[in-house]
Design a protein around this ligand. Sequence first.
Ligand code: PLP
Length: 381
Amino acid sequence: MLADQQILRIPGPSPIPPSVQRAMSQPMIGHRGLETKELLQQIKPELKTVFGTKQDILLIAGSGTAGLEAAVVNTVSSGDEVLVIVTGAFGDRFAKICNEYKTNVHRIDTAWGEAVNPDVIKDYLKSHSGIKAVFATYCETSTGVLNPVDEIAKIVHTYSDALFIVDGVSCVGGVKTKMDDWGIDILVTGSQKAMMLPAGLTFLAVSQRAWKTIEENKQSRFYLDLKKYRDNLAKDSTPFTPALSLLFGLKQVLKLMQEEGLEEVYKRHQLMKEMTRSAFRALQIPLLTNDTAASPTVTAIKPGDFRAEDLRRLLKKDFNLSVAGGQQHMKGEIFRIGHMGYCSPADVLQVISIIEIGIKKAGGNIELGKGTRAAQEIYLG
Ligand SMILES: *Cc1c(COP(=O)(O)O)cnc(C)c1O
């Protein structure tokens, strides 16, 4: 096998564009100097567009989970009632964080592979007053589900005074995101998924309403205190040393997004989703989610006549192609293909045709080329 050729199609970390890689290798600068100030100034406006907000986007050195924890620790404290929508492993992570901070956690769980039904949230909020915050996952990476956060936001604000807090780690930058218009109070994302960077940065945008709660919240916090990040960012600075190399890369990522156009970025992800799904449908291998719930950034497949883990092992061994397995109780049951960030229809065609070989070798009964052809047909429209 060709050494050094990685085909990385897990739902994060995702591949890095060469120009971003180059940007990140530039020499280090002083974090209190003019260059850093200018870098932050340049990043600010375009990043707001990606989130669909007028608020500044706070940048914290840490993985996506640091952002989730920051959202929790800044808005609620011990004993507060919170509602967590759990549609898979990452909703469950939000619930675990809320539990760790001794909040009173209410959960709405869906079957894995399904999106939450907003009416269920409506009924729950109607019969449970006093919920301070509702937590949800935009793209549930463990199942490939995109939850209808726009509809949920409307319901949360109509039937409660709760803040609506969203984990968008595996889709912001790849799918339409209108934080202000939809009414999301805190939106979190991470660098290593649709944002085309290595892991190590988490981003949070906070609504005016949420800032009020944050100001009043007595819960102790230091590194993750969002007020520090807000007050420093207002002066184009950061409270602690920023992940400067990632910021060099981020500036280039935003330039790439601007060149392509955000609408085009979203269309590309939509197309990659449809190509991927049509391929497995043509191969008669079940998809975990239905069409309406499916995310443009990741697809989960549930094979019947071969083992997901055998396939993954073969793909890695023969082609150095990585796809993800299942999480928690879905381990061994499914495999997941990431098609986000630095990924194009050309990559999808490559991955599908490789996977067809893998399925054959893993003992699956398919007709070679059928999936690739279906994806090609979707591309041609
Ligand atoms: C990847 C991911 C996270 C964060 O994971 P880290 O490993 O902490 O970066 C959070 N939520 C979702 C939905 C994710 O896909």
